[in-house]
Ligand binder design. Structure first.
Ligand code: ADP
Ligand code: DP6
Ligand code: CO
Length: 355
């Protein structure tokens, strides 16, 4: 008897221009375009295995080993239904000998190798891995951009994790959502010198999920209206140009400004939402000071690092590889580590840095 099973991993992506707000909550259509960097697969990722079998009674999902309910009409159910529909349309209706997998229930098991729902984009890698795994199981001929339309309906940020490198999610204008998809602005190979340093300030589940937080912002924040009309469109153009020109100074300026405006918009929400904590704000102060010194004419006049925070207290610091060792030293000096710093890149010689 045939076994139909597929396993796929997807990495997280961390936005430089933040998505925060939906104009359509069912289709997950955003209020503004966004742009992110997809991290490489070796670090923070979700790995999802899907199996279809005629004996399965219903679709089921296990997340990190614990079964989660698939609510009917919910996001998970929508993604699975869309992928089954594509299986039928693009494979079974075209080839009578293809097994009728679209009529079988699926069992899905997914693992994150990093904290879930802590502001490190688990919903992004999670729904991207789910979409990619079912697309592989169903042998869909779809492109990553086609699949981004489906992952988007699971979690908005997930549409960007189906592509590597620097990725834009276009706001789109169609009511159907058909043009609200992810496209690659530049592949990772265009600017491999950029590294991301993840500083886990807290790995606990956040108090306000991204989904409920952003809806409250849409409903109550006047600053959000200014942001989506007058700020983001220009920033999307400017940061795309900075990426294409490999202009780190400009990339850093825009990335930090957008992270700060996103958190300002969260604060402008009623009741206000605080995703950053005192440690997050201290990391901002350290990087701002580091850049202030770097920007002195005698030091070259340019920024050397960019912080950005998603909906949680954890910092992501983007920097050219030449600066990473110096930045890690700074962070480890100001923020003694709870666990021994493992020094995965051997930056500090054989001794490593303990704390
Ligand atoms: P985050 O900042 O981690 O993206 P969110 O509040 O946006 O936090 O989303 C967290 C939710 O995403 C989880 O509660 C879960 O429903 C979903 N999720 C996380 N990881 C996965 C996964 N691997 N597969 C499916 N869904 C996932
Ligand atoms: C701050 O994609 O998690 O990380 O679409 O409701 O699932 P839903 O929200 P989600 O929001 C991500 C918000 C962000 C910014 C970003 O990734 O662009
Ligand atoms: Co999320």
């Amino acid at each position: 008897m045939a076994v139909y099973i597929a396993t796929t991993s997807a990495p997280v992506n961390i936005a430089c221009i933040k998505y925060w707000g939906k104009r359509d909550t069912k289709l997950i259509l955003p209020t503004n375009s966004s742009l992110s960097v997809t991290l490489d697969q070796d670090h923070l990722r979700s790995t999802t295995t899907s199996r279809a079998d005629p004996t399965f009674e219903k679709d089921r999902l296990w997340l990190n080993g614990i079964e989660e309910e698939i609510k009917s009409g919910g996001r998970m159910a929508t993604c699975i239904a869309e992928l089954k529909r594509l299986r039928k349309e693009l494979v079974e209706d075209k080839d009578a000998s293809a097994p009728a997998l679209s009529t079988f229930a699926v069992h899905i098991a997914s693992y994150n190798n990093f904290p879930t729902a802590a502001g490190l984009a688990s919903s992004a890698s999670g729904f991207a891995a789910l979409t990619a795994s079912l697309a592989a199981l169903y042998k869909l001929p779809s492109t990553p951009t086609d699949l981004s339309l489906i992952a988007r309906q699971g979690s908005g940020s997930a549409c960007r994790s189906l592509l590597g490198g620097f990725v834009a999610w276009n706001v789109g204008t169609l009511e159907s959502g058909a043009d609200s998809l992810a496209v690659q602005v530049a592949p990772e190979t265009h600017w491999p010198d950029i590294h991301a340093l993840i500083c886990v300030v807290s790995d606990t589940k956040k108090g306000t999920s991204s989904t409920s937080g952003m809806q409250r912002t849409v409903d109550t924040s006047p600053l959000l209206q200014h942001r989506i009309k007058h700020v983001v469109p220009q920033r999307m153009e400017d940061i795309s140009a900075a990426i294409l020109a490999r202009d780190f100074d400009r990339f850093a300026e825009i990335t930090m400004a957008d992270s700060n405006q996103f958190h300002a918009v969260a604060l402008d929400t009623s009741p206000p939402i605080f995703y950053m904590n005192d440690v997050s704000r201290s990391i901002i102060a350290v990087i701002e000071e580091y850049n202030r010194v770097a920007q002195l004419p005698e030091n070259g006049g340019k920024r050397k690092a960019a912080y950005t925070y998603d909906a949680g207290p954890n910092a992501v610091i983007y920097a050219p590889s030449a600066n990473i060792k110096e930045i890690i030293s700074l962070i480890v000096r100001y923020f003694p580590q709870q666990e021994t710093f493992k020094d995965p890149f051997g930056l500090f010689g054989t001794a490593g840095v303990g704390a």
